[in-house]
Design a protein around this ligand. Sequence first.
Ligand SMILES: C[S@@+](CC[C@H](N)C(=O)[O-])C[C@H]1O[C@@H](n2cnc3c(N)ncnc32)[C@H](O)[C@@H]1O
Length: 245
Amino acid sequence: MPDGADGPSWSDIADWYDKLLTAGSGPHEHAIECLDRLLPDIDETTDALDVACGQGIAARHLADLGATVTGTDFSASMLDNARRHAAATGHDIEWVACNAERLEPFRDASFDLVTCQLALMDIPDLDAALGSIRRVMRPGASFVFVIGHPVFLTPGARLAQREGDGYDVTVAGYLNEHFWRSSNPEGVRRAGNYHRTMATYLTALANAGLRIVEAEELGATGRLAEDRPAYVDVPMFLSARAVPI
Ligand SMILES: C[S@@+](CC[C@H](N)C(=O)[O-])C[C@H]1O[C@@H](n2cnc3c(N)ncnc32)[C@H](O)[C@@H]1O
């Protein structure tokens, strides 16, 4: 049995998650910035798929940039919130329920852009998800993802402010890949996620036939920098754009 196997599902916390983002969440605003910086040029001919879209924060951003957007998630409750937001804001986005590991409603080579924001860590079979993402990408398409930093945002990472300047980082158990849940009752990660090493992500991308062409570890700005200044120095997320080999 994996650590923390018992706990809430994404659907269980979907309304809580939606309120968190709607109120303004530093990490999520930062994630959008990380994603945005690596997006290719987008116009109305860009068919985009946002995988594990949750309540649709990134999908709406892609639509604002002019793409024709489909958002997909396996949680009906997350998609209900995504639909409600899109109806309220007038975003014309298609919402499709499916498992990111298979993406079976989508044809091969049907998207110019696939995004996945803050969710690859939550999907049990990373190889299957990346293989499916690769399958639905057209030649020349981009896959842009943002993940919790595999080194600095792990269950065993601790940040301690130094006297003077900067932060000391200690990371315990980095090599111990496992499923875990945050014990914080107000933590997003109480729904559970998979700690994986950087090497596992890089190898899985290569095995899926995806080549990283840009990667970034962006320091926090805006609300996240104000609320959690440690992440100005230490990257909270790793983001990258990959293309089919
Ligand atoms: C942390 S939320 C991120 C949601 C959204 N991308 C965002 O940036 O707010 C993780 C999302 O991944 C979805 N998810 C987790 N595993 C999934 C799977 N195997 N297939 C599809 N969606 C999945 C969850 O339902 C949840 O909406």
